[in-house]
Write a protein that binds this ligand. Structure first.
Ligand code: AMP
Length: 456
């Protein structure tokens, strides 16, 4: 299958070929013809599948086919709504790159930066607007944006949009759009809430779903490192130094946790910065740029801040703490092993996280290999404690944080069933494996230490 065979124009094919894409990904192969034909779409696809080009390329083609002259002001014809600022900036960058041989203009509209340059930019021609909902509504309020000519709407990462509490903002925005338009909805998960949103939004949509990362995780080598909660930072420093990991994206559960960890790692001699919603947009952009360029060894992030960060060939993702929602584990480890490259996803797991690990393994339908680093065996006398900040997902860099739904609702989180499946596979002390063995051979199976069904 080629991009030309999907019906894309020579200008677009040239741009993607220059970008290094030789053939469409499955989501692109399915979505592009639907969008080119003008139909609505509901797509189950998460970041890493190539979904951005899946909607961007056909939108560019449709708009280019009926483009007005470049001179003068023209209305916004495509609106792409994105939950996070980083992802919005990345998507708009892709729009520009894929559309570089077309006479179309795009703009990023995100919060956290001065609104005035955006107001000035809106006075010039913008065909495709890539926006986060909060800032878009700020412009609506100030009457600096006109959405009355939008022909195509994209809701990207719709599930995350709802998680972040954007539903009311989205509804307000929808009310400002012309009734007659093409709608494309992308979501990694399909909760009842997403289905309800889709029902109200989409008109006889084509439904497509591509394999989730957890179904194609063979490129991601996953490991569990059992450790006591207060020794996690020490173990992380040890792993990073021992294996000379570079470009490590570390997930913490809270913003405070991300800050504290980055500071401590820095003190340990591992260059680290935190990225989360309480940081200024400039600080976030700087941290991300340094991390991407390889200058910064570790980036500590909360789930929402890291969502959509696209770093090609990111080699290491570390779960410093397991996420409260099992699906977030899949999102997190999906940051590595992307677009055909291999990656390692390591989770530092303490006794408190036994149930979270169990839920994750049930979701991904596999046991994650356990590697016990000698010298870091959990102390058997330490008892599990409830996880603090259990409701704190630690993200929310856009407006709407706090207005979101409760933790885990509607995200298909499997309810724990007593006795279902195999025994919980919490890590335990007592195993040993030479530290040098880990990472020496990527194919080598780590030593597993699993409970054989002791009632833990
Ligand atoms: P996305 O899911 O849109 O965030 O894309 C994930 C990554 O895949 C990005 O780094 C894209 O540049 C890359 N990508 C998208 N389409 C293709 C393709 N057809 N071939 C190779 N890489 C691609």
């Amino acid at each position: 299958m080629t991009f030309s065979a999907l019906g894309l124009s020579e200008e677009i094919v040239r741009a993607v070929t220059e970008r290094g894409y030789t053939e469409p990904t499955p989501i692109q192969a399915q979505a592009i013809p639907v969008v080119l034909a003008g139909g609505d779409l509901m797509a189950g696809a998460q970041t890493g599948t190539g979904k951005t080009a899946g909607f961007t390329l056909p939108i560019l083609q449709r708009l280019a086919a009926s483009a007005k002259s470049l001179s003068g002001k023209a209305p916004i014809r495509a609106l792409v709504l994105i939950p996070t600022r980083e992802l919005a900036a990345q998507v708009e960058e892709s729009v520009r790159e894929y559309g570089k041989y077309l006479k179309l203009n795009s703009m990023t509209m995100i919060g956290g930066v001065n609104i005035n340059p955006q107001i000035q930019r809106l006075k010039t021609r913008v065909d495709i607007l890539v926006a986060t909902p909060g800032r878009l509504l700020d412009h609506v309020q100030q009457r600096t944006v006109d959405l009355s000519h939008v022909e195509i709407l994209v809701l990207d990462e719709a599930d995350r949009m709802l998680d972040m509490g954007f539903i009311r903002d989205i509804k307000k925005i929808l009310a400002l759009l012309p009734k007659q338009r093409q709608n494309l909805l992308f979501s990694a998960t399909f909760s009842d809430e997403i289905k309800a949103l889709a029902d109200g939004l989409l008109n006889k949509p084509a439904m497509i779903e591509v394999a989730r990362r957890n179904a194609t995780a063979e490129l991601i080598e996953q490991r569990i490192y059992p450790v006591d909660r207060q020794r996690k930072r020490e173990l992380l420093t040890h792993l990073i130094k021992e294996h000379n990991w570079h470009q490590v994206l570390v997930f913490t559960r809270t913003k405070h946790g991300a800050n504290k960890l980055a500071e401590q790692l820095d003190k340990d001699g591992v260059p680290a910065l935190a990225i989360h919603g309480n940081k200024s947009q400039a600080a976030r952009t700087r941290a991300l740029a340094e991390f991407k360029s390889g200058k910064l060894q570790v980036l500590c992030a909360t789930d929402i801040a890291a969502r959509g960060i696209d770093i090609s060939e990111l080699p290491h993702v570390v779960n410093f703490e397991l996420p409260n929602v099992p699906e977030d584990y899949v999102h997190r480890i999906g940051r590595t092993g992307r677009a055909g490259s291999e990656g390692e996803a390591s989770s530092l797991v303490c006794i408190d996280e036994k149930k979270l690990l169990h839920d994750i393994e049930r979701l991904i339908k596999r046991d994650i290999p356990v590697v016990q680093v000698p010298g870091f065996e959990p102390d058997p006398s330490i008892k599990a404690e409830p996880i603090l900040n259990g409701q704190n997902r630690g993200g929310g860099q856009n407006r709407g944080q706090g207005g979101g739904r409760g933790q885990g609702q509607g995200r298909g989180q499997p309810a724990p069933r007593a006795g279902a499946g195999r025994a919980p596979s919490a890590p335990r002390a007592g195993g040993s494996k030479p530290a040098s063995g880990h990472g020496a051979g990527r194919g080598a199976a780590p030593v597993l230490h699993r409970s054989g069904g002791r009632g833990r």
